[in-house]
Design a protein around this ligand. Sequence first.
Ligand code: SF4
Length: 365
Amino acid sequence: MATAAPDVDEVKRRLRSRKLPFVLDVDIEAKADLIAEVLRLKAKHNVVILGHNYMEPLVFDLSDLEERGDSLQLSMYAARTSASTILFNGVVFMAETAKVLNPDKRVLIADMRAGCSLADNFRGPDVRALKERYPGVPVMIYINSYADAKAECDVCCTSANAPAIASALPGDRVLFVPDILFAQNLETELRGRKEVLFPGKGNDVRGAVCEVHERFTLEDLRMIRGSFEIPKGHASRIVYAHWECRPDVLREADVYGSTSQIRSDIARRVKEGRLEKAFVASECELTTNLMAEFPGVEFATACFVRCQHMARITLDGVLTVLRALDAGTDLKAWEVSLDRATIDRARRPIERMLEMSTAAQNRVG
Ligand code: SF4
């Protein structure tokens, strides 16, 4: 059942009490009426607003707590929501995943230009070219890809579950696409257990990298350790790195993992009272949102590392879509549409991933 939306004064009160980092009182005064209208239209039309961790704080805050997360968490939520309209505050490949899992629902995104260097540079024909070279080898595709590429693969993965899913696949080899740096890290992780084949490794097929995580260098991490006083091996000062970073950056980090794994590690250390300072080698709005969630931790930030694609999703853009929905006008400019055959073929690898993730969670639980 839809909950009542807060009025402008209530929005201001809530935002002030949250003390979001880098959100000044002047921002709250300027944006509160927009936020109140977004929340009113969200409630009126029973829209689920899924928010990826890389959204700027005021956009991230539009999503209810269970509607926020990384690719896997949002995919799982999209698969079970009963809302008839999903507004995806993330990038287009994520909204496509929601559409694949909910073909009969309307999936909207505030800016269709919100691409991704990984997804944009590796499409269905690239997968087919690789498959021809390695017939019979299971193909695992990172969720950061478009539906036409997923449709060619056996199973999807995210940075949270890639090693577990690769390990559970039959055979002693796995073909992983499209992220070359992630593939190299996976290769290290699975050494001795499973051979990881990927674009550019012994073949001339071009892969892709995340243009955001690629920017972190070993020198950056060493400089941050020095200037922010996070010596290697310190018990309560931690450098984190995302799976999509370079292998030497992962080796330098104290902890590496997916966005959700990094967040969980921070939450655990905070609960145990042993996290004083942290640096996260990932998209800078993730750190901003972690600062809001864990105000007792001193975070170093790297705001030169912003995903230009994620940044296309703005409060004004979200409001524009919801106003169009409210007015009953044509939503084509914001609606994700995929043909049924692509949906059906892309759905299998995603569902297989969700089943394997659930099975792995049940084994752990
Ligand atoms: S952060 Fe990297 S992987 Fe994520 S959307 Fe941006 S370019 Fe793509």
